[in-house]
Design a protein around this ligand. Structure first.
Ligand code: SF4
Length: 207
């Protein structure tokens, strides 16, 4: 609360493109809503956290979107898709598929923050193997991993759940996984712990 104005935190980034970049217009727009002593938080998930007045939230987000910034909620939601830099080209590395998947899932409410990563080839720059849900494009298809864990002494590589998915199969499967987690996960239970509790075989039965 500043000068009686309640503020809320939102996450912004430049959307899915060739690298996690912001242009000058976008930086100017973000700074328009910051005082000199305020700070931006840069997360490990290609998002910036900024606090804005709650009563002007919708109009500010509209302004942000007009300069190409993508806005997402902060908290127990599906994060915006973490991607690689698509260094081999937009179509070849499936950028339209990444954008569509992000459009379908980012911001959905879940028991605990859910991280989904996409990578355009098996080199894996988007780190899909250590994300809750990871997608790796191989040839014309997509392999889907679940249950990776990047942090902690018990960090773990995810398990290959399905391979050679078409884009439609990929969207459908990821959306179903998120629905199952939303409905069956306990409050604040991470996806990693949820998977350990129910088991991957049980998850497959529900897909
Ligand atoms: S995962 Fe592949 S396509 Fe994506 S940035 Fe890395 S090398 Fe390039």
């Amino acid at each position: 609360m500043e000068n009686g104005v309640k503020k809320i935190k939102i996450a912004v980034n430049g959307g899915i493109g060739f690298g996690a970049k912001l242009n000058a217009r976008q930086l100017l727009m973000i700074s328009k809503y910051m005082s000199e002593d305020e700070e931006l938080e840069l997360t490990t998930f290609q998002q910036l956290y900024i606090e804005i007045p709650e009563d002007k939230k919708e109009e500010i987000m509209e302004e942000f979107r007009n300069v190409g910034l993508a806005c997402y909620p902060v908290g127990n939601f599906v994060k915006s898709l973490r991607t690689c830099n698509f260094c081999k080209g937009e179509e070849e590395e499936g950028m339209p598929v990444a954008k569509e998947l992000n459009r379908r899932i980012a911001g959905k409410s879940v028991p605990f923050t859910l991280k989904v990563a996409y990578t355009g080839c098996p080199i894996g720059c988007g780190e899909p193997m250590v994300s809750d849900i990871g997608i790796m494009k191989t040839g014309d298809h997509y392999n889907l991993y679940v249950g990776g864990k990047a942090k902690g002494k018990d960090a773990e590589v995810g398990t290959l759940l399905m391979k050679k998915l078409t884009p439609e199969e990929l969207y459908d499967t990821v959306e179903k996984i998120i629905t199952v987690y939303s409905e069956m996960g306990k409050k604040r239970e991470t996806f990693y712990k949820f998977l350990k509790r129910v088991g991957i075989n049980f998850l497959i039965l529900l897909l």
